[in-house]
Structure formats: structure tokens, C-alpha cells
Design a protein around this ligand. Structure first.
Ligand code: TMP
Ligand code: ASP
Length: 254
């Protein structure tokens, strides 16, 4: 049993108290949920893959000066992160029409958008994460106008980085969701990238075949989720080339 203090349990992750003040341990579970957890399954090995893929992305973002909560990976399922005050918004960046945008506006899935579009959703399971505008965000005090500017600038940098990263390995970044938090350093506060970025929170399509390599495989009952996530990891150079038995528990390089 885990004797560490549990700070928060979400649908796919648990946060534990960290080894030092101002740190937390982020633990990736194998739970897959969709439609606000109305659909739920345990998918062996998903947490291990997401931990490693998210580590890779956050470490690369840190390295190019995009501020994140990530410190280092600790083991197969856990990473050490800085404790931040989570801003209660899901920030979605879209490059190609899909999912709820395609449905809401009647645009065919796969249509390239005229430019990248940023949307905000209020994080509330009870309300099913409703879409909100900057007016709602400032009126209800979820973030200030300056913070919204910072969040949008961060979202654009993350989108540019991720689009290039995935394009380089033959994957189209259709859209993704990110979360942000306030990191306090003495009297100074800055907005940093938080939570995770993984195939759970992105739409990733193979450039040649348009095959889905993300959580839509679960949402839409397509099967092969672990194989798809493993392929993303393999293309990013995280899983070794000859790794072909993910169901036996993915073996990781390093
Ligand atoms: P959507 O098209 O369903 O609004 O999803 C947009 C993107 O956000 C997609 O990459 C999936 C991701 N997402 C999450 O990470 N969590 C969520 O709860 C939802 C609804 C979407
Ligand atoms: N993560 C959300 C849920 O658990 C929805 C989704 O990703 O589709 O319901």
C-alpha cells in the first residue's frame, strides 16, 4: 500500500505529496474514461506510456524555455512536479476540425482550419466542462485578462512545438488540451504548463493513413489503443524499435 499522503485523485492520475515542500508526485493510472467518465475501462500499460510520453514532451518544452511544472520522471508511473495553483480551465488548441468543433459547427472532420483556434472550457465534472469565453473567465475571476494573454501565448508556443515534433515523425497534431497553473516563486508568479500532454489529451493522426493514434480509439470503440500509444512512443524514440509486445508491458529505453 502507498503510505504517502494523497492530495488529489482524478480520472487518470493521482497526486501525492512530494519529497520537498512545493513539490508533488504525479502518478499515471491505467484508467481510461470518456464522456465525463460515463465510459470507463482499465487499459493495462496506458499509464506507463502516458508517463513516458508526457515526460518527453514536458522535458523538451523545459529545454526550449517554455515553463512547465515538470521536474523529472521518478519511475514507470510517476513524475516529480512543482506544486502549482491549477487554473480551472481546459485550454483546447485546434489545427484541424474534429470532435466537438466538427459537430458544433457542422464542419467535416479533417478540414484544415484557417488558423489555429484556442478555446476555453471551465473545469467542472459536475457541469460536463462547459465551453466559456474570456468574458466568463474574467467576470467569475478564474483568471485575469493578463493571465489569459499569458495562457494564450503559452498555448501557441506549445502548439507550434508539438506540431513540429509530431510532423517530424509522420503524425498530424489535429488538436490537444492543456492545463495551466500559477507557480509562485517568492513574490513572483508565473503561468506554467501543468497536468499532462499525451495521446489521452491530443488528437494524433498518422499523416499517410489518417489512422487515429489517440484516445479516440477508446472513445469510438476502435480498439488497439495500447498499440497506437506504443507506436507514438516508438516514433518519438522512447520505445526501442524492436519493441512489439506492448501488451506484455511496454519496455522502455533508458
Ligand atoms: P473535443 O473535440 O472533444 O472538444 O476535444 C478537443 C481536444 O481535447 C481533444 O484533443 C481531446 C481533448 N480532450 C481532453 O483532453 N479532455 C476532455 O475532457 C475533452 C472533452 C477533450
Ligand atoms: N477525459 C474526459 C472524461 O473522462 C473526457 C474525454 O477525454 O473524452 O470523461
Amino acid at each position: 500500500m502507498n503510505r504517502r499522503r494523497r492530495i488529489y485523485e482524478g480520472k487518470a492520475k493521482v497526486l501525492f505529496e512530494g519529497p520537498e515542500p512545493g513539490t508533488l508526485i504525479q502518478h499515471f493510472k491505467d484508467d481510461a474514461t470518456a464522456f465525463n467518465a460515463k465510459k470507463h475501462e482499465i487499459i493495462d500499460g496506458k499509464g506507463v506510456l502516458n508517463n513516458r510520453i508526457s515526460e518527453f514532451i514536458f522535458q523538451n518544452l523545459n529545454d526550449i524555455g517554455v515553463p512547465t511544472h515538470f521536474i523529472r520522471r521518478l519511475n514507470m508511473r510517476e513524475q516529480l512536479i512543482r506544486e502549482v495553483e491549477i487554473i480551472p480551465l481546459e485550454v483546447v488548441v485546434r489545427n484541424v476540425a474534429a470532435g466537438s468543433l466538427a459537430k458544433r459547427l457542422g464542419i467535416e472532420e479533417g478540414t484544415q482550419l484557417p488558423r489555429s483556434i484556442i478555446e476555453f472550457y471551465y473545469k467542472s465534472d459536475k457541469l460536463d466542462d462547459p465551453m466559456v469565453s474570456e468574458e466568463h473567465i474574467t467576470a467569475f475571476g478564474w483568471a485575469t485578462p493578463q493571465e489569459i494573454d499569458d495562457i494564450m501565448a503559452l498555448a501557441i508556443r506549445v502548439n507550434d512545438f508539438l506540431s513540429g515534433l509530431f510532423l517530424g515523425v509522420g503524425i498530424r497534431l489535429v488538436d490537444f488540451k492543456m492545463e495551466t497553473g500559477r507557480l509562485w516563486e517568492g513574490e513572483m508568479m508565473r503561468i506554467v504548463l501543468a497536468d499532462e500532454i499525451s495521446p489521452d489529451s491530443c488528437r494524433l493522426w498518422d499523416i499517410k493513413s489518417n489512422d487515429k493514434m489517440d484516445k479516440d480509439r477508446f472513445r469510438r470503440d476502435l480498439g488497439g489503443l495500447i498499440e497506437a500509444y506504443s507506436e507514438v512512443a516508438r516514433r518519438l524514440g522512447i520505445l526501442s524499435e524492436n519493441e512489439s509486445t506492448p501488451m506484455g508491458g511496454p519496455r522502455l529505453v533508458q
